[in-house]
Design a binder for this molecule. Structure first.
Ligand code: G16
Length: 538
């Protein structure tokens, strides 16, 4: 074993979902080693089991070899590492839970592009299978500021061959990435029912976006459920995601959206992001916004998915996510929790059995089966709904809106803007919050203007400054916050929601436009960040 002296790198502070940086920053000598050693210093994994897997992006394999050497140097008892180093984020969560591991390392920058000039990321997940809570990420960060050495054992593991080898005193097991996850899906959903459905006239297209879900989707949809070959496209994980942005939304999954727009397209379209935790759901000519998807799945799951037949304990959504799920929770007589952005905040509610299903506007939906959002789970949930109702995606949405009313929703992203301009804009807004109450906005008045703060109902931890909320008297909302996952400059996210009980057929853009314009003017957006229009609208 070698002990290697090192010096701290600045800025190794985990954000919304782990440490995300430019790949070249991660590739600097000692950078990855420092961060991983800090994890081992902050969390005692001596003699314990650790799961390691990534989304297959550029630098994934080298990083895993370094992590294995560090794990051996820190006397981790056993490492379960996926074959080829490729494991989706929800599958990492599943493997941690199935094997009683103490934790896991997820190598991914999620939906961000991959390659030497693109993005890389690492996240530590705890023994519940979920992203480490802030108390742990803070401890890791503090350690990165004072680290002066890391410990390694020399060695190399062939990731292409299943089986066990030893590195120092550590057992390294290369595992089949699909087995545990696919078995879990078979337990949750009625595969016989889905097989009948997919072998009929119904046509689906799943876009793996050259990310990690391709092999999982081929196995589940084509091999096990009998969807025709070719139903799954872009199914081979590529180091640079084919030079594309593996983010399943209307902008970056434009080809799939176009295919579904045609009168002769498939009945159903879906896509997942690079690491398989996000999902996009499309019908022929229709798009299911993530807030509606959460609400519809929560409403329908007890009726058509075996694992939820006994009902739901509760629902949770992140604060900027539309309030459609709140209305479903009210109708079911169960609680609905509003958390800060970040899947990690659902963990304690799931562990305590307070919620069964949760979701976010950022195309994340999931349940208590793992502690990550789960793209393929969401696709299987929608297929179960369609098989049960016999309706089209569009009809399912119309029925839902007729019963509950409709939350018109849009998110506008301004990417890679100047950090100092973004910070100045946010602090100017914060300074004016008190004066905004009562102000006229988009035909209504501001009722509440505040900064969202959250007290975890299970463990009492308090998280402040999680986004500025403008709540209007007519039930509309605008939320303004800076992203915690970007790697270049700042990304400003503006979230807009307007509710209608009876008018369910308006154009979302037209409905949202007055509110978006008013917020843009309030923020002095154009003058401060020099952008007339958002880069991405979802
Ligand atoms: C991550 C988190 C999500 C969060 C999203 C956006 O998703 O896991 O909980 O909603 O980032 O965060 P932000 O608005 O701060 O950029 P992923 O899929 O990138 O891991």
């Amino acid at each position: 074993m070698a002990t290697i002296p090192t010096q701290p790198f600045a800025g190794q502070k985990p954000g919304t979902s782990g440490l995300r940086k430019k790949t070249r920053e991660f590739m600097q000598p000692g950078y990855l080693e420092n961060f991983i050693q800090s994890v081992f210093d902050a969390v005692d994994l001596d003699g314990q089991t650790l799961v390691v897997g990534g989304d297959g992006r550029y630098f994934n394999r080298e990083a895993i070899q370094t992590i294995l050497r560090l794990a051996a140097g820190n006397r981790v008892g056993r490492v379960l590492v996926a074959k080829d180093g490729i494991l989706s984020t929800p599958a990492v969560s599943c493997v941690i839970r199935e094997h009683g591991a103490a934790g896991g390392l997820v190598l991914s920058a999620s939906h961000n592009p991959g390659g030497p000039d693109a993005d890389f990321g690492i996240k530590y997940n705890a023994s519940n299978g979920g992203p480490a809570p802030e108390e742990i990420t803070e401890r890791i960060y503090r350690r990165t500021l004072e680290i002066d050495e890391y410990r390694m054992v020399d060695g190399y593991v062939d990731l292409e061959r299943l089986g066990s080898t030893r590195m120092g005193k550590t057992d390294v097991e290369v595992i089949d990435p699909l087995a545990d996850y696919v078995a879990l899906m078979e337990k949750i959903f009625d595969f016989d029912r889905l097989r009948d459905f997919l072998r009929g006239d119904f046509r689906m297209r799943f876009d793996g976006m050259n990310g990690v879900t391709g092999p999982f989707a081929r196995e589940i949809f084509e091999n096990l459920l009998g969807a025709p070959e070719g139903s799954v496209i872009r199914a081979t994980p590529l180091e640079d995601f084919g030079g594309e942005h593996p983010d399943p939304n209307l902008t970056y999954a434009a080809d799939l959206v176009a295919e579904l727009a045609g009168a002769h397209g498939p009945d159903f379209g879906a896509a997942c992001d690079g690491d398989g935790d996000r999902n996009l759901i499309l019908g022929r000519g229709s798009f299911v916004s993530p807030g509606d998807s959460l609400a519809i799945i929560a409403d329908m799951a007890p009726k058509c998915i075996p694992a939820y037949r006994n009902g739901l304990a509760g629902i949770a959504r992140s604060m900027p996510t539309s309030m459609a799920a709140d209305r479903v929770a009210a109708s079911l007589g169960i609680p609905c929790f509003e958390t800060p952005t970040g899947w990690k905040f659902f963990g304690s509610l799931l562990d305590a059995g307070r919620i069964t299903i949760c979701g976010e506007e950022s195309f994340g939906t999931g349940s208590n089966h793992v502690r990550e959002k789960d793209g393929l789970w969401a696709v299987l949930a929608w297929l179960s709904i369609l098989a049960h109702t016999g309706q089209s995606v569009s009809d399912v949405m119309q029925d839902h809106w007729r019963r509950f009313g409709r939350s018109y929703y849009q998110r506008h992203d301004y990417e890679n803007i100047s950090s100092s301009a973004a910070d100045a804009m946010m602090s100017s807004l914060r300074g004016r919050l008190g004066a905004l109450v009562g102000m006229e906005m988009a035909g209504s008045r501001i009722r509440v203007a505040d900064d969202f703060s959250y007290t975890d109902p299970v463990n009492g931890s308090v998280t402040k400054n999680q986004g500025t909320r403008l709540l209007l008297e007519d039930g509309s909302r605008a939320v303004i916050r800076l992203s915690g996952t970007g790697t270049e400059g700042a990304t400003l996210r503006l979230y807009f929601e307007a509710y209608s009980k009876d008018e369910i057929a308006q154009n979302p853009s037209e409905r949202i436009c007055p509110l978006a314009d008013a917020v843009g003017a309030l923020l002095e957006l154009n003058a401060r960040v020099g952008r007339a229009a958002p880069d991405v609208v979802t």
